[in-house]
Design a protein around this ligand. Structure first.
Ligand SMILES: *Cc1c(COP(=O)(O)O)cnc(C)c1O
Length: 430
């Protein structure tokens, strides 16, 4: 694409100088930002340039249902169906009970799943952990659903005793439980098997479990079942799974895949005839390019290669964690994670390095594409900033060796007593 930008002769009309200048400046800014970007979960290194002709010549629009080709011919729905199928296999969706589509991002996929769940269970209460991504709580708010936050442990995993307790208070309502398959802050994984057992125990038959696998879903699903930290997929009892395409798969535009049990979708369509909700994807026009890119990624890189990349990323994260511990920084790393979390470094470090930030802690994430020299350079900068000659003070938290709880106290909540179910929309009450 950039090659085309740089050769105005190939363009039907010449590119004005000032546009060229802006494009060049943008390209330079992006290239220089890449060197110190270790905080955002974008895989780099896929080469999507063979797809360039499809970026310039057609409006690729996968209008509506991916399983109905429709009248508009410029679509990539056949490839989209293959993507859905490959990921449905990965997340062990029953071969005869699966449906899904490529959406604009995991946020849309979660909203789609919650909307289906609510159509089936209009009285459903959404239980989500306190470590749920803000996009999840935003989707709940937009849908005006009633939510109960569930406490998490110090490293971001759902507290199942608290879930059990909260379910007790609303035992006549249907339960819609959102499991984090890798939180955005630490990649904590909630156990879908455990959630299923709790719902079985409580005899909650009207239920929906949604797995927010936006970040870690694919890398975890690539692990042999016995090496995964917990139940993460349809066999563990998930009714829907969403995973982002622009994270581990490195799509050059935001996108995601949402998977649901087809029987739920059919039942929701029947229920919707009473409420008048349309039975469709959230968006009407959907990116045919996104489906094409995901198909290309999955067909040019086989699953063992993807699994190997994930393993390399985990090893690099473990290495980063060890280096940080060696210089006395109280870092944390789940063994399956690409993410390493640590107290937020001094400004001289955060000004140079792009890190994620949550409360008083920051994260780096060793997505495929992040290199060991980058980690070494980051650790060297951090060490320099922490030496006693540094002018920066107040580093006691950074230097404490004892592992510290990494979830702010306000999020861990109390495990005793009912937590009022509430709508998250400001000004409305339950
Ligand atoms: C990134 C992320 C999301 C949001 O996904 P988008 O694809 O950006 O909409 C949701 N949950 C988790 C855990 C994430 O890491």
């Amino acid at each position: 694409m950039l090659a085309e930008v740089a050769t105005p002769a190939a363009s039907p009309c010449p590119i004005p100088d000032r546009v060229q200048a802006v494009l060049l400046e943008l390209q330079n800014r992006l290239a220089s930002a890449a060197a110190t970007n270790i905080g955002f979960p974008a895989t780099t290194g896929f080469d999507y340039s063979p797809l360039a002709p499809f970026f310039s010549s057609y409006l690729l629009n996968n209008l509506g249902d991916p399983f109905v080709d429709g009248a508009y011919p410029m679509h990539t729905k056949a490839l989209e169906r293959e993507v859905v199928d490959t990921l449905a296999d990965l997340f062990a969706a029953p071969p005869d009970d699966r449906w899904g589509y490529v959406c604009a991002g995991a946020t849309e996929g979660t909203e789609y799943a919650l909307d289906l769940a609510r159509t089936l269970h209009p009285d459903g209460i959404v239980y989500h952990s306190a470590a749920a991504h803000h996009s999840v709580t935003n989707a709940i708010r937009r849908l005006d659903m009633i939510a109960v936050p569930v406490a998490v442990d110090a490293y971001g995993e759902m507290n199942y005793d608290d879930l059990r307790g909260q379910l007790n208070y609303y035992r006549t309502n249907a339960a819609i439980v959102i499991a984090n398959i890798g939180t955005a802050v630490t990649e904590a994984v909630d156990d879908v098997d455990a959630i299923t057992s709790i719902l079985d125990d409580r005899a909650v038959r009207r239920r929906w479990i949604h797995a927010d696998a936006a970040l870690s879903g694919i890398p975890l699903a690539l692990l042999p079942r016995q090496d995964r930290p917990a139940g993460i997929d349809f066999t563990a009892g998930a009714d829907s799974v969403v995973t982002s395409g622009h994270k581990f798969l490195g799509a050059p535009m935001p996108c995601a895949v949402v998977l649901v049990r087809a029987t739920h979708r059919a039942a929701a369509a029947r229920a919707a005839t009473y409420t008048g909700s349309p039975d469709a994807t959230v968006a009407n026009s959907r990116s045919g390019l996104a489906a094409l890119v995901l198909w290309y990624a999955l067909r040019t890189t086989d699953l063992p290669t993807l699994a190997h990349r994930a393993e390399q990323a985990r090893l690099l994260a473990g290495y980063a964690h060890d280096c940080l511990q060696d210089i006395g920084v109280a870092s944390h790393h789940h063994p399956w994670a690409f993410t390493v979390s640590f107290p937020t470094p001094p400004a001289e470090v955060t000004q140079k390095w792009v890190l994620g930030k949550h409360g008083t802690r920051s994260q780096l994430i060793c997505m495929p594409g992040v290199t060991r020299p980058q980690i070494d350079a980051f650790v060297a900068d951090l060490r320099a900033a922490l030496t006693p000659t540094s002018t920066t003070g107040g580093l006691r938290g950074l230097l404490q060796r004892r592992p510290v709880p990494i979830t702010p106290a306000t999020e861990t909540g109390s495990v005793a007593g009912p937590r009022p179910a509430r709508r998250t929309r400001p000004g409305s009450s339950s």
